[in-house]
Design a protein around this ligand. Structure first.
Ligand code: CMP
Length: 230
């Protein structure tokens, strides 16, 4: 296998790099640095200076904002093939959010200078990054209006449904979709307290829509979640 071979394979699965020739992927892979994080370890904190972006090889990264009073709000959960930390590559050079490993996680790190060189040599990547950013703005708008207009149960139900749709796009079946997340993580993604989220999850469990386990929720019938979204 050529130097950085399996990293090149990983990079080829990342949407923004999908237009690169194998030779170009090899070049990026050669300068990418493998990094490992244990569950609960922080990759970087909001406000830190940042000159590196990361691709998730395995595990899960939570992107979140913390409030000085101790509350925190999850913005996204990122899985293999996702890229993050790219905002500090453009303009402001401090991190806009905190990244934490939710389980043992492997990343590959790419330095700003290397990333900028790749973008210059293959401007198509810049368009793909813009397309990803556009998707993210849409998602953030979605979260914002959900937060402003929906009830707590509506928010938790939409959060579960969004997770189900993501898993299905990754190959999960239509029914009995497993979401590996604690109730506290679901509450954070829904922008509500753990107590309120747990109360509503218990209602869903009583109605047979979900089964709750330690650090996991199985959604039996995603369509029934829609009935709770108002
Ligand atoms: P950066 O600002 O360098 O560091 C924090 C990273 O979190 C940021 O780059 C993005 O990659 C990522 N990020 C910030 N906000 C969101 C969001 N709303 N959804 C997904 N990822 C985000």
């Amino acid at each position: 296998m050529p130097v950085g071979g399996d990293t090149a394979e990983l990079l080829a699965s990342v949407k923004v790099f999908s237009g690169l020739e194998p030779r170009e992927l090899e070049e990026v892979a050669r300068v990418a640095v493998p990094r490992s994080f244990e569950r609960g370890e922080i990759v970087f904190r909001e406000g830190d200076p940042g000159d590196t972006c990361y691709v998730v090889r395995s595990g899960t990264i939570s992107i979140r904002r913390d409030h000085p009073d101790g509350r925190s709000r999850a913005l996204a959960e990122l899985r293999p093939g996702a890229i993050f930390g790219e905002l500090s590559m453009f303009g402001a050079e401090t991190r806009s959010a905190t990244a934490e490993a939710l389980e043992d996680t492997q990343l590959v790190a790419i330095l700003r200078g290397d990333m900028q060189r790749v973008i210059r040599s293959s401007p198509d990547i810049a368009f793909k990054m813009l397309a990803e950013l556009a998707d993210r703005v849409r998602l953030v708008n979605e979260q914002l209006s959900r937060q402003s207009f929906q009830t707590v149960s509506g928010r938790v139900a939409s959060t579960l449904l969004a997770q189900v749709i993501t898993r299905q796009s990754e190959g999960a079946a239509e029914h009995d979709v497993l979401i590996k997340a604690t109730q506290a993580e679901i509450a954070q993604l829904a922008g509500t307290s753990r107590e309120s989220a747990s109360r509503f999850l218990a209602t869903l469990a009583r109605e047979g829509v979900v089964t709750l386990g330690r650090g996991k929720v199985t959604v039996h019938d995603p369509e029934r979640l829609r009935g709770f979204i108002h």
